[in-house]
Ligand binder design. Structure first.
Ligand code: CP
Length: 379
């Protein structure tokens, strides 16, 4: 761990293997590398809370494109970049020339010739976001190689169709703090919950189950029939549990999932069949079909209004910690009473993301990071 007696601890930390890396899914990274990233995040948090300036990347440009709404992740990107001495710039992805047919590789090359790090959120359409990010990274890498440009420009996934890695890593950091250092052996429930607002992406539950299972947690995924997650992250979760000594199971009963849980993460996502149907409608640019699918998704959701995190269900747990990536539909996904009880905890959970993004940019871009952090921490 990176926190010893409230001081940043960098002894034994080796970030060399992470230099130049991008973060497109947590599955791309080994458990050891993720542990190192989280140790750096914890060290940076301690330095920040102690008021130590951490301007490790002065005057660099941290550019982020959002093809969907965001409150927390945008501010975490800006906060992380500013704390590192970088200049954050956040643009609406739909205002770029991607909307006029510019390819992801071209976009990557164009942004990579100026920026020093690139964040992307592209989460609404299955099959598109993660592959867009991989193409952007290829465009940047090819441009830098072709021009013999030594800059390192990592791409950070700020939520795609498959994963939301800065969220799931922030959640893991928060869970480790809550449980005193480790999630191994803890019973953690990720559950679907009713939402009337919009058909939310699948990437948060996919990211959380595929990450926590790799760290020895006993993860239960609960959802009504028809709300399956994508096969690939489900396979990652099963493989992760087998390798770590944790476990992974699926139930269609929310009470069963809450019984005996140490932590619960109830949130909504869209029905898989309709999320899949949306792919073709989006490709065809058929706005009417997109609106019709959205309406049918909300009607489908409405058949499961009883999937709510309330005090009765919290009473089935082992005094569980309530988590949510936010924003939550209060009165639908969670009662106002439960949310009020955990209001500060979910804000602290959200605040971990700034340190995850700082760590990601620092490990990718700062040579001899452990030495630099040790110098900042002082004798
Ligand atoms: N949890 C999360 O990613 O929040 P935003 O959508 O507000 O960024």
């Amino acid at each position: 761990m990176a926190a010893v007696g409230g001081r940043a601890h960098t002894g034994g930390m080796d970030t060399e293997a992470l230099f130049g890396r991008s973060l497109l899914t947590t599955h791309d990274w080994s458990v050891a590398d993720l542990d190192t990233l989280l140790a750096v995040a914890a060290a940076l948090e301690l330095l920040d809370r102690a008021g130590v300036r951490t301007e490790l990347l002065p005057d660099e440009l941290a550019y982020a494109m959002f093809f969907d709404n965001s409150t927390r992740t945008k501010s975490a990107w800006a906060g992380a970049a500013a704390r590192l001495g970088m200049q954050p710039v956040i643009v609406d992805g739909s205002s770029t020339q991607v909307a006029h047919g510019e390819t992801a590789e071209e976009t990557g090359a164009m942004l990579g010739m100026n920026a020093h790090a690139l964040g992307v959120r592209h989460d609404l359409i299955l099959g598109e976001g993660n592959s867009f990010m991989r193409d952007v990274l290829r465009g940047i890498s090819d441009y830098l190689a072709a021009t013999a440009d030594p800059r390192v420009v990592p791409v950070v996934n700020l939520q795609c169709d498959v994963d939301h890695p800065t969220q799931s890593l922030a959640d893991l950091l928060w869970l480790r703090e809550h449980f005193g250092g480790d999630v191994a052996g803890r019973r953690i429930t990720v559950s679907w919950a009713y939402s009337p607002s919009y058909a939310k992406p699948l990437s948060v539950p996919q990211g959380v189950v595929s990450l926590l299972t790799r760290f020895g947690a006993h993860v239960t995924l609960a959802h009504p029939e028809g709300y399956d997650l994508l096969p690939e992250p489900m396979a990652w979760a099963a493989e992760g549990a087998a390798a770590s000594g944790g476990s992974f199971r699926v139930t269609h009963d929310m009470d069963d999932a809450f019984a005996g849980a140490d932590a619960v993460y109830p949130k909504s996502w869209g029905p898989l069949a309709l999320m899949t149907e949306r792919v073709a409608a989006n490709r065809a640019g058929d706005g009417a079909a997109m609106r019709d699918i959205e309406q049918r998704a909300l009607t489908t959701n409405a058949a499961h209004r009883d999937w709510i995190c309330d005090e009765r269900r919290m009473g089935l747990t082992r005094d569980a910690l309530y988590l949510h990536c936010l924003p939550a539909d209060i009165g639908a996904e969670v009662t106002s009473g439960v949310m009020e009880r955990f209001r500060v905890q979910v804000a602290r959970e959200a605040n971990k993301k700034v340190y995850v993004i700082m760590a990601m940019l620092a490990v990718a871009k700062v040579p001899d990071l452990p030495g630099r952090l040790a110098a900042l921490a002082g004798p």
